[in-house]
Design a protein around this ligand. Sequence first.
Ligand code: C5P
Length: 236
Amino acid sequence: MNQKPFIALDFPTWEMTSTFLDQFSESLNVKVGMELYFQNGPVILEKLLNKNHRIFLDLKLHDIPNTVYGAMKGLAGFDLEMINVHAAGGSVMMEKALEGLHAGTPANHKRANLIAVTQLTSTTEEHMRKEQLIPIPLHESVLHYAALAREAGLDGVVCSPLESHLIKEHCGNDFIRVTPGIRLAEDHLGDQKRVTTPEMAKDLGSSYIVVGRSITSADNPVAAYERIVHDWEGKE
Ligand code: C5P
């Protein structure tokens, strides 16, 4: 898989998605999340694959192990690059997710990378303390989840760019760090709390970045994408 940024296709319809994608002349790394998938179904994956885009399916599965096994087994039938679960679902759930992915991946196909969401990039330490009743520093919780995911055999985690370095140190460089929460210096934060620029994300040890609104809400999405790629790849 190339290391180009994944564009978060957070659109409600296929029409809006394809209008957006038609502005680009190349096949892209794209992220399909809940908004697009739940309103349009698996057919959206076929449509993107037909246009040669590479997909990170970001459904953040979190349920009892048996249910996650079944869901993963079904989703493994699509030619996905990456798929994820919430680490908060626990070690057994993560192990079953991986088993399901193995079981459902067609022969001669590469299994999608399975990564775990640690703490969402919209979560703050105060939120963790008051709402999750977790009285430890946020980075400790993220590291704990990353270690659990690694022990369960997963390929990496979704985390804030601010945590990639620590995870790389503890879990090794091969353990993938996918980081949303990316903004160009002049952009609005929106609901994200723990953000960096693409350049900083590279410096801090991200393996892949995910960028949504900085591209999809830009006046010129192609120019914004190119600037982000330049920022990101300029650091290689
Ligand atoms: O628009 P923005 O760049 O903030 O979009 C970030 C994308 O990454 C969204 O689709 C969001 O669901 C996703 N994401 C995230 N934090 C995580 C996991 C996924 O923001 N921990």
